[in-house]
Design a protein around this ligand. Structure first.
Ligand code: ADP
Length: 593
C-alpha cells in the first residue's frame, strides 16, 4: 500500500490540510493567549495601581514620609511589581526599587502622559532606570484639570514573555500531538480506502496481463464493497466468456487446420483473391502450377505474384462482369495446360474470387495419344482390309476362274488376314497389359532354360535367313522373378526383330548374366542398326523406322511397345544401344529371384 501513488496523494492532501490547520490554530491561539496574558498583567498592574493610589493618597496631599521608600519596597516585593509615585510635575516621590533622588523627571513618560488625559495610561518600553523592558500602568491621582500626581505600577516584560512562551510551547506540543494523531488517523482511514482500490487495481492489472481468474476479498458495505463485488462478477463472467472463446478458437483452429490440410492435399490448385485483387490464400498445388514470383505471396496483388495477363484478366472479369469465368491456358514456364475457373464470392461489396486450377496437361496428352492411337489403328487395319477387298473384288470379277492366278490371290488374302489377325492379337495383348487385367504370376524363371527353348524355336528361321544364332550363358544359373509366358513374349519379340533386321550372313547373339540385384538379358545383332533420333521412339506404339520394310516383314509396330510394358510390369526396364549399319543391342533388366 505504501507504494500506492494514490495513497500518498490523498495522504499528502490530508497532511497538508492538517498541518495548515494546526499552524493556523497555533498562530491564532498563540496571539490570543499573548493578548490574554498581557491583558491579565495589565489588569493586575491596574488593580495594584488602584490600591497604591488609594493607599498613598496622603503622600500626594502631604508629601512623602520617611518610611515611604520602605513601604513601597515591601509592597513591591509582595506584589512582584515595581511601584512608583510621581508628582504632577514629574518628580518621583517614591519608588520601590530606586531612590527618588537619583531618578530623573518622569513628566514625559508615555504612560504618565496618557494617564494625565485619560486617568489611565499603559506602555511597554525599556526602563531608563533599570535598563530592561517593562510594562507600565499609571493612574492619575486627582482631577484632570488639577492632578495631584500619578501612581505607577510596573512589571518586567521578561516574566510576561516567559508566561507567553510557556503557554505557546504548550500549544505547540498539543498541536504537534494532535497533528500526529490526526495524521495517524488519516493514514489509517486513507489506507482503508486505498487498500481495496489497490487490491482491485492489482487484480485488474493481472487480468490485463492475461491471468483472468481474479477474486478480490474486500469486505465492506460501502461503494468499495459494491465495486469489489461487481469486479468479482465481471471477472467470473469474463473468465467464462474467455474460456468459451478459447474453446471456439481451438475449434476454429482445428477446423482451419483441417481445411488447410484438405485444401493443401487437393490436386487442384486453389487461390482465394479478395475484392482488391490481393491473394488471401493459395494451396500447394496452386503454388506449384503458377510458380509465384514471390514466396511471400499472401496479401500481395495477384498481378504482382503471378505474371500472367490472362489470369489477371479472368480475375478482373469475375470481379466486375461475370460471376463465373472459365478458360484454358498454357503456362509457358511449366509448359502445362491449365483449366482455370474463377467464381465470384457472394456479397456486396464483392468479398473476392475463388480460382480453381486443374492441370489438364496429362489429360490433353492422353487425349492426343488416344486420337493418334485410334488413327494409327484405323490406318493399320485399313491397309490389309483394302488389300483383301481388292483381291476379293478381282476374284469375284472373274479371276477366280483364272487357274494361273486365283490361288495366288487367295494366298495373298490369307496373308493379309494373317496380318490382321496378328495385329489384333498384339492390340489385345497390349490393351490387357496396360489395363492391368492380366494379373501376372511372378515366379522364379531360369533365364538359361527360357533362352535355350526360344533359341531352339527361332533356329530354323535364322538358318533360313542364313544367320548365326548364338547363346552366351552366364557362368552360373541366373533366375529372375517374372511371369514365364510374359518373359517368353519379350524374348520372342527381340529375337524376331534381330532376325528380321539383320541381313543374311549376320549374327544374332543372346547373352545373360547377373549383377547385384538385377539380371541382364541382351539380344545383339549385326543388322541394320537404328539411327540415334529413332532410338527413343521405337518403344512407342506403331512407331517404325522403316514403315514399308516392317510391313513387308509382317511387323505390327507394336512388338517393342509390348516388350517395354511387360518389362515394366516385372519391375524391370529395357534400353537399346545401336549404331546405324553396324547392329543393335537390346538389354532387358529384370529383378533377380
Ligand atoms: P515391328 O513390328 O515393326 O518390328 P517393333 O515395335 O518390334 O515393331 O519395332 C519397332 C521398330 O524398331 C521397327 O519397325 C524397326 O524399325 C525398329 N527395330 C526393332 N528392332 C530392331 C533391330 N533389332 N534392328 C533394327 N531395327 C529394329
Amino acid at each position: 500500500m505504501l507504494s500506492s501513488r494514490l495513497f500518498w496523494k490523498v495522504f499528502a492532501v490530508y497532511a497538508v490540510l492538517t498541518l495548515v490547520a494546526a499552524t493556523v490554530l497555533v498562530a491564532v491561539l498563540s496571539s490570543r493567549q499573548r493578548d490574554i496574558v498581557i491583558q491579565r498583567v495589565e489588569q493586575r498592574l491596574h488593580d495594584s495601581a488602584v490600591l497604591l493610589r488609594d493607599d498613598m493618597s496622603d503622600v500626594f496631599q502631604h508629601g512623602p514620609g520617611a518610611d515611604l521608600q520602605a513601604t513601597l519596597k515591601r509592597l513591591g516585593e509582595q506584589t512582584g511589581t515595581r511601584m512608583t509615585l510621581v508628582a504632577d510635575d514629574g518628580t518621583v516621590l517614591g519608588d520601590s526599587i530606586e531612590a527618588p533622588a537619583v531618578m530623573e523627571n518622569h513628566r514625559n513618560r508615555e504612560e504618565l502622559l496618557q494617564a494625565r488625559t485619560n486617568e489611565f495610561g499603559v506602555s511597554q518600553r525599556p526602563s531608563p532606570t533599570l535598563g530592561i523592558p517593562m510594562m507600565y500602568v499609571a493612574l492619575r491621582v486627582g482631577q484632570r484639570e488639577s492632578p495631584a500626581g500619578f501612581a505607577r505600577v510596573a512589571m518586567p516584560l521578561e516574566s510576561v514573555h516567559a508566561q507567553v512562551t510557556s503557554v505557546r510551547r504548550l500549544i505547540l506540543v498539543t498541536a504537534f500531538l494532535v497533528s500526529l494523531v490526526a495524521l495517524t488517523l488519516t493514514c489509517i482511514v486513507v489506507g482503508r480506502i486505498i487498500q481495496p482500490l489497490a487490491t482491485l487495481t492489482q487484480a485488474a492489472k493481472a487480468i490485463a496481463d492475461g491471468d483472468i481468474q481474479q477474486e478480490v476479498d474486500v469486505r465492506s458495505r460501502d461503494e468499495l464493497g459494491t465495486l469489489a463485488e461487481s469486479f468479482n462478477l465481471m471477472s467470473r463472467q469474463l473468465s467464462s466468456r474467455i474460456n468459451e472463446l478459447d474453446q471456439k478458437g481451438r475449434e476454429f483452429a482445428e477446423n482451419n487446420a483441417r481445411l488447410e490440410a484438405v485444401l493443401g492435399g487437393m490436386i487442384e490448385g486453389l487461390v482465394a483473391v479478395d475484392g482488391g485483387e490481393r491473394i488471401l490464400f493459395a494451396n500447394r498445388a496452386a503454388h506449384a502450377l503458377l510458380e509465384f514470383a514471390t514466396r511471400d505471396f499472401a496479401g500481395r496483388p495477384i498481378w504482382e505474384a503471378v505474371r500472367n495477363p490472362k489470369i489477371q484478366g479472368v480475375v478482373r472479369k469475375a470481379l466486375e462482369i461475370r460471376p463465373h469465368e472459365r478458360i484454358e491456358l498454357e503456362l509457358p514456364r511449366t509448359q502445362s495446360i491449365v483449366q482455370l475457373s474463377a467464381t465470384r464470392l457472394p456479397g456486396d461489396p464483392c468479398p473476392g474470387v475463388i480460382l480453381v486450377l486443374y492441370d489438364v496437361t496429362e489429360l490433353r496428352r492422353l487425349e492426343n495419344i488416344r486420337q493418334q492411337f485410334v488413327s494409327n489403328v484405323s490406318h493399320e487395319l485399313k491397309t490389309p482390309l483394302t488389300s483383301i477387298k481388292a483381291y476379293t473384288e478381282t476374284l469375284l470379277g472373274g479371276a477366280i476362274d483364272d487357274p494361273d492366278h486365283n490361288r495366288e490371290f487367295l494366298r495373298r488374302i490369307e496373308e493379309q488376314a494373317e496380318r490382321l489377325h496378328s495385329l489384333i492379337l498384339d492390340l489385345l495383348r497390349l490393351a490387357r497389359i496396360e489395363s492391368g487385367e492380366d494379373a501376372f504370376v511372378l515366379a522364379t524363371v531360369s533365364l538359361g532354360e527360357l533362352v535355350d527353348s526360344c533359341a531352339e524355336e527361332h533356329a530354323g528361321n535364322a538358318e533360313s535367313k542364313q544367320l548365326t544364332l548364338q547363346t552366351q550363358p552366364a557362368p552360373s544359373a541366373v533366375n529372375v522373378l517374372a511371369d514365364a509366358e510374359g518373359l517368353r513374349t519379350i524374348l520372342d519379340n527381340l529375337i524376331e526383330n534381330a532376325i528380321n533386321y539383320t541381313p543374311a550372313g549376320g549374327q544374332v547373339r543372346i547373352r545373360w548374366y547377373a549383377e547385384e540385384f538385377m539380371a541382364s538379358l541382351e539380344v545383339t545383332d549385326t543388322g541394320v542398326g537404328i539411327a540415334a533420333e529413332h532410338q527413343s521412339r521405337i518403344f512407342e506404339r506403331f512407331y517404325r523406322v522403316d514403315q514399308a520394310r516392317s510391313r513387308e516383314l509382317g511387323g505390327t509396330g507394336l512388338g517393342l511397345s509390348i516388350v517395354k510394358h511387360l518389362a515394366r510390369e516385372f519391375g524391370g526396364s529395357i534400353e537399346v544401344a545401336s549404331q546405324l549399319g553396324k547392329g543393335s543391342t537390346f538389354t532387358v533388366r529384370l529383378p533377380l529371384a
